[in-house]
Design a binder for this molecule. Structure first.
Ligand code: ATP
Ligand code: MG
Length: 468
């Protein structure tokens, strides 16, 4: 591995180790990512001795500031684009009610043993006598080779000690496209209730990393199969299953949702658009009905789903801001483009969609496209064709009418001044009438036409403009 430690920082660290007679190793994620050829900017250094003192020596040499976290016994410094963290080798023991261990000084082996997975426990020596040697007591290199997430200790102990590791196991499996070792999967299933001692924020951090991976369904399948999903995000677990009445079933909404999520990941990196995919059908279980002679329906699931979004965001400690509003809007509108594509595509329907979706129209179209999961070639082709037509029409209407950030060409103030009105019902009626006329295509979206239309409409209400 020596040739891989190309960065000049490793020479500097090794020199400092030599001069201070301290044993140090690169450890954890950086070593793993070196082998996986994933770029990595975080370097963890384990020091046999005092990590903070050693960091200060390196800081003097590099003339850079060292941030010290006394209560953790760690220190961090930045060097160009690298973040280097120093920690003394430690041995950890756990109590049952907390994921914070009791920590004592330990050997390199102790320190490797406290790490979550064999692939995260690899160390490379930066010491003169064996510079570049890989220290791999748990066969982490073999696990990298055969793409396995495995714990150095009995997985039941590993996961029970710090249940966040269950989420990390699934997150790494998803990010790296690895399998979780069978014994570890069973341990997650048996220890899953322990997840309740982990803070919601930490769980959601891992969940978001799963969602940002290229194929998040890998993680959600693990979460579901081990029973963790039901504990951390029950609304999503509820999507699972097919009910059959009179021999008629419906599609399994859990697997459909995963398919939509994987699909959207092919076209967008955006975390919130991915969340919209996860939540688009979230109210299907709550709105499911069997209608005699008709089959299964989910009437209003888009509306109810949008109303469920704030509560789910709060429960998962996701931000309650414009990101949530974005997700809500997409959930609410997710059926619209596809309904449009199935009918005769009129200008006014397209105008209305553009008006309601506003800036979110592109995201909505991506979501809608991802939502087409039919295996029927004929249907698929028909959808896609109609969809292209909708897109084309959207473009035409947008160019002509500029409805995306629609501002009424005539404001409430204009109306009040023209007719000498105070704010009230009539102003609202006129504003609405103008908007409807534009959306219906009776008039175009400009001041002159809107003004003429307004005069006419006002006359019907018995209003005359005041002459100045
Ligand atoms: P990434 O930075 O991509 O999240 P990483 O492996 O570097 O991956 P970090 O959270 O940065 O993960 O942790 C660095 C190292 O610390 C890990 O590689 C692992 O050895 C150890 N580690 C982190 N969290 C835990 C934990 N909960 N239990 C045991 N070891 C852990
Ligand atoms: Mg890291």
């Amino acid at each position: 591995m020596q040739q891989h430690l190309k960065h000049p920082i490793f020479k500097i660290l090794a020199e400092t180790a030599e001069q201070t007679k301290t044993e140090i190793y690169v450890i954890g994620g950086f070593v793993r990512d070196l082998y996986l050829e994933r770029p990595s900017k975080d370097i963890d250094i384990v020091v046999l001795g005092n990590g903070i003192e050693f960091a200060e020596k390196v800081g003097q040499k590099l003339k850079s500031n060292v941030a010290i976290f006394k209560s953790f016994g760690t220190a961090m410094l930045k060097y160009h684009d690298l973040e280097i963290e120093f920690v003394g080798a430690r041995k950890e023991s756990y109590r049952s009610n907390s994921r914070k261990p009791i920590v004592e000084n330990g050997t390199l082996q102790d320190d490797q043993l406290r790490r979550d997975f064999t692939i995260n426990a690899l160390a490379i020596s930066l010491n003169k006598q064996n510079y570049g040697e890989v220290i791999d007591p748990f066969e982490g290199l073999a696990d990298l080779q055969n793409k396995t997430i495995r714990t150095p200790l009995d997985p039941i102990i590993t996961f029970s000690d710090d249940p966040l590791r269950m989420m990390r196991a699934i997150r790494f499996a998803t990010q790296l496209h690895f399998n979780i070792d069978q014994a570890a999967i069973e341990a997650i299933s048996s220890q899953k209730e322990r997840i309740h001692i982990v803070s919601k924020e930490r769980i959601t951090d891992e969940l978001n990393k799963i969602i940002l991976a290229p194929k998040p369904s890998i993680g959600f399948n693990y979460l579901f199969d081990t029973g963790l999903l039901k504990l951390i995000f029950p609304q999503m677990a509820n999507l699972y299953g097919v009910e059959i009445i009179n021999g008629r079933g419906h599609k399994d909404n859990f697997y459909h949702t995963l398919q939509v999520l994987d699909n959207i990941c092919q076209t967008s990196e955006d975390l919130w658009l991915r969340w919209a995919a996860i939540l688009h059908d979230i109210a299907k279980p709550a709105t499911k009905r069997y209608e005699e002679g008709h089959g299964w329906t989910f009437h209003g699931h888009e509306d109810k789903g949008a109303r469920m979004v704030p509560q789910i965001f709060a429960q998962l400690k996701l931000p309650l801001n414009d990101k949530m509003k974005f997700v809500q809007k997409l959930v609410l509108l997710h059926l619209r483009p596809i309904v449009l594509a199935q009918e005769k595509i009129t200008d006014s329907a397209v105008r209305r969609l553009l008006f309601e979706a506003g800036e979110e129209i592109e995201s909505l179209m991506l979501l809608c496209n991802a939502d087409v999961t039919t295996k029927n070639e004929y249907k698929l082709k028909k959808y896609r064709n109609n969809f292209e037509l909708v897109k084309q029409k959207l473009k035409d209407v947008e160019e002509r009418d500029q409805l995306r950030n629609w501002q009424p060409p005539i404001t409430g103030n204009d109306i009040m001044q023209t007719f000498g009105l105070a704010a009230g019902k009539e102003v609202g009626i006129l504003k609405n009438a103008i908007r409807e006329a534009i959306l219906e295509g009776d008039i175009t979206n400009n001041y002159e036409e809107a003004f003429t239309f307004m005069l006419q409409k006002a006359k019907e209400l018995g209003l005359e403009p005041v002459t100045s």
